[in-house]
Design a protein around this ligand. Sequence first.
Ligand code: BG6
Ligand code: MG
Length: 217
Amino acid sequence: KIEGIIFDLDGVIVDTAVYHFRAWKKLADEMGFSFTEDDNERLKGVSRMESLRILLEIGNKEVSEEEKKMLAEKKNKIYVESISGMGKEEILPGVMNFIQELKEEKIPFSLGSASKNAPLILKNIGLYHSFDAVVDGNDVAKAKPAPQVFLLGAEKLQVNPEGCIVFEDAQSGIEAAKAAGMFAVAVGEQAKLKGADYYITSMEHLTLADLKKAAVH
Ligand code: BG6
Ligand code: MG
């Protein structure tokens, strides 16, 4: 039985990857190394500081802790500015219909995001109050692939982890969902995402009936 649903934000509800990419690329440009969209795949679902660590690894740069803090703040400033104009129109296709179905069937749902900017984005797209719970990068000490962000979501929804279905577009998120004992739905290219229980290319055309069928197996 489906007891609760947990959605990742970036790449599932909205497509913010490109904004994250542009902000990191600006830093890379300034430090004088190249950073491609392919490189950016490695940052999906990964916390801000871990993303920075990977970026610096790609650029072969060693910097002090203090400088790391500064760089992360700089990236975030660029990112926040780029999402400030975001609105409802950026909600990905299929999301609103699916949420509507969940509401009709009274299945509770929460957000499980690594982003500290998740509340801001949800407010910008007008969905903050639709969620029964919001768990984001501000609430957990251990980022994905640790299961904490999803376990806390289940707890807030007052449901069992085994009864939860997680929607994720990132490898780290799928691993986190599986570590939490949940059913993992990968959203995106199957070849890039390993270990999920069910695969969809996007939220578009997804129905609760399909999901129920998939999740009983
Ligand atoms: C995740 C994104 O949702 O949030 C990552 O997929 C991002 O790319 C992470 O690094 C942390 O985001 P923020 O907004 O806290 O810097
Ligand atoms: Mg994501």
